[in-house]
Write a protein that binds this ligand. Structure first.
Ligand code: PLP
Length: 413
């Protein structure tokens, strides 16, 4: 009989979103007239920017014409898109990143998981707690951890707790690690990183010859001009960091799928014979072997993000979601809750009131006001006692959810 990858058996059975779905479905069946508002999952709600739609329609016409038809594209992405990204997202901010260091993909979720293909088995890996669950689960699947304890912490991972006590900013570890996942603006806490803070991570990484895996999926939500959008705005980061970016949240591509990973050319890791090997070469080899590129149509849609109209339209989208975040922050504060994040980020991180656990608060909101959020404990043990609300929703739903909470619930946090 075929053997399975036993590491999958270590994964905690009740993954966060299926458990949320189970509880919501049970409630909906028992209360068929309830109008449930979902402010839980971080999926966007607003339609694609017109510039992206137009570019994709034109690209479909290209595909329908023998003279402009495209078959397989470059596995790394079309150069016209990589050039625009290099210019607009990096060089314009003073980051020395060139088009050939940018790999186009169908998602940051896949890339943050797949990147483990190019790293060895014996790395010490650090994640924040709470954290975007994909970083942890993909390490479990790859056999980089032992079993989980009753709190859901996997043996072998280094957890860096973040909470109100440290302003949701992980302390730089005193021990050496080899790989560090950082995500700013942060999912789930909505915390942001200053240049000084990222500088201290870069110094740490260089000292320990570690690699920072920097997830900037939410960089478009940064409005404070003093905050860095890219890790490469930090001096020395090109020697120690890989960055992940996505069109999912800035341009509404969650269902369209396009993202990118930056692997600088001079970045190296160590082979078991002690020699230094360029990570770019390994990632290029990995992508060329296991990936056949993002569709031409989708890449044309992503390219339109960088047109004048595209830039104006994505700025409107981001503004819209940030206004939602602001409404959530203000209304929940009025209701007596303590809230964090939601300023340069689309997530509001709420301290659960009255000593309730994350899941108890989930149930209370679902049952009392039919509003669904995400229990903080689902993002890691240190997320217990917190709750995530997402700004990705229609204005109508956000206003209605907040009205229900403020008019019917009173909290003491
Ligand atoms: N990284 C973070 C931190 C996320 O929160 C998400 C999605 O919610 C992703 C990556 C996934 O991005 P993509 O849609 O490009 O796969």
């Amino acid at each position: 009989m075929a053997r399975i990858n036993d590491n999958y058996l270590k994964l905690k059975a009740g993954y966060l979103f299926p458990e949320i779905a189970r509880r919501v479905n049970t409630f909906a069946q028992e209360n068929p007239n309830a109008n449930i508002i979902r402010l839980g999952i971080g999926d966007v709600t607003e339609p694609l920017p017109q510039a992206c739609q137009d570019a994709m329609v034109k690209a479909i016409a290209d595909m329908g014409d023998r003279n402009t038809f495209k078959g397989y594209g470059p596995e790394q992405g079309y150069n016209w898109l990589r050039e625009k990204i290099a210019q607009h997202d990096f060089q314009s901010r003073g980051c020395d990143i060139s088009a050939d260091e940018i790999f186009i993909s169908d998602g940051s979720k896949c890339d943050t998981g797949n990147i483990l293909d190019i790293f060895g088995k014996n790395n010490k890996i650090a994640v924040t707690d709470p954290v975007y669950p994909v970083y942890v689960d993909t390490n479990v699947m790859a056999g980089h951890t032992g079993d989980a304890n009753e709190k859901g912490e996997y043996e072998g991972l280094v957890y860096l707790p973040i909470s109100a006590e440290n302003d949701f900013i992980a302390q730089i570890p005193t021990q050496a690690v080899d790989l560090i996942y950082l995500c700013f603006p942060n999912n789930p806490t909505g915390a942001i990183a200053t240049k000084e803070y990222l500088q201290s991570w870069v110094e740490y990484a260089k000292k320990h010859e570690a690699i920072i895996l920097f997830d900037a999926a939410y960089e478009a939500f940064i409005t404070d001009p003093s905050l860095p959008h890219s890790i490469y705005e930090i001096e020395g980061a090109k020697d120690c960091a890989i960055e992940f970016r996505s069109f999912s949240k800035n341009a509404g591509f969650t269902g369209t799928r396009c993202a990118l990973t930056v692997v600088p050319k001079n970045l190296t890791g160590k082979a078991s014979d002690g020699s230094e090997v360029e990570l770019w070469k390994l990632w290029n080899r990995r992508q060329s072997t296991k990936f056949n590129g993002v569709s031409y149509i989708v890449q044309r849609g992503a390219e339109a993000v960088y047109s004048e109209e595209g830039q104006a339209q994505i700025a409107q989208l981001v503004k819209f979601y940030l206004e939602n975040a602001n409404i959530i922050r203000e209304e929940l504060t009025k209701a007596g809750l303590t809230v964090y994040g939601g300023v340069n980020a689309p997530y509001v991180w709420v301290k659960t009131p009255d000593g309730l656990s994350s899941w108890d608060f989930f149930d209370k909101l679902l049952h009392n006001v039919n509003v669904v959020g995400t229990p903080g404990s689902g993002f890691g043990a240190a997320g217990e006692g917190y709750f995530r609300l997402s700004a990705f929703n229609s204005r109508e739903n956000v206003l209605e959810a907040m009205k229900r909470i403020t008019t019917t619930m009173k909290f003491s946090s």
